[in-house]
Design a protein around this ligand. Structure first.
Ligand code: TIU
Length: 238
């Protein structure tokens, strides 16, 4: 059919009506992606996440070119932390200074090369760590969703926004695969969206969790959705 891209995908071809599809870029924020960030302060190897940036960049460019709806999410809390559940603040039992909302001047291990976020508050809206990474900045007219949870639909206006635009299909990129990407894709699936995950445009601090998350979502005939590498999505969109 015209305007519908047929993408070879796992577990079977995904039919994408381009004008009814949105690209959802999950949490490509400095907090998770960069050295001297919230993620690194928790002991994660952020270089593993950098691997998915080129494919995410290519997806973003192609979807812009096709005139598709584009949404960027950020895991972010209000400066007064009124949207932060005490349970989330306590979780992981991190040292003081590494908790959501804390100021991190002293506690982060900044590299000597000067590539450093500088003083900032962890996962707080408007703080430098909460910016999208420079390679994947939002453009004018693209929706930005600040989300207090792991899933992009919890306590946000994402569903209303997509419904108002007539969006029925969602293509996902982002970090981390098994946490915010998987939560968001499951929430979307339960709301009736047809979801596809771009496998090289997503990454995890734990490669085996990434692989398992993809496998479990496409299992049982695509219980949660489809998965395909960016090369196949981009070819089908041409
Ligand atoms: N965006 C997202 O996935 N938030 C997380 O907390 N991820 C972890 O992997 N911890």
């Amino acid at each position: 059919a015209p305007g519908v891209a047929s993408i070879p995908a796992n577990p079977y071809p995904y039919l994408m009506p381009i004008k009814k599809t949105a690209l959802i870029m999950i949490d490509f924020q400095r907090d998770f992606m960069e050295v001297c960030s919230f993620a690194e302060s928790l002991g994660n190897n952020v270089s593993l996440l950098q691997e998915c940036v080129p494919a995410a960049k290519a997806m973003l460019a192609a979807c812009r070119e096709a005139g598709m709806t584009i949404v960027h999410t950020l895991e972010a809390h209000l400066p007064d932390l009124s949207d932060l559940h005490p349970s989330k603040y306590r979780r992981g039992n991190p040292p003081k200074g590494s908790r959501i909302g804390d100021s991190t001047v002293e506690t982060l291990r900044c590299p000597s090369n000067g590539v450093c976020l500088g003083p900032h508050r962890l996962l707080v809206r408007g703080s430098p760590g909460n910016d999208l990474i420079p390679e994947l900045k939002a453009m004018e007219g693209e929706k930005i969703i600040h989300k207090p949870g792991k899933g992009a639909f919890y306590s946000t206006d994402l569903d209303e926004y997509l419904t108002a635009k007539g969006i029925t299909h969602l293509i996902f990129a982002g970090v981390t695969t098994e946490v915010c990407v998987q939560s968001s894709m499951r929430e979307a699936n339960d709301r009736g969206y047809e979801c596809l995950l771009v496998t090289d445009a997503t990454a995890s601090y734990f490669p085996k969790f990434k692989e398992s998350a993809i496998e479990m979502m496409v299992s049982q005939g695509g219980l949660v959705g489809w998965a395909a590498p960016s090369v196949d999505v981009l070819l089908a969109m041409k």
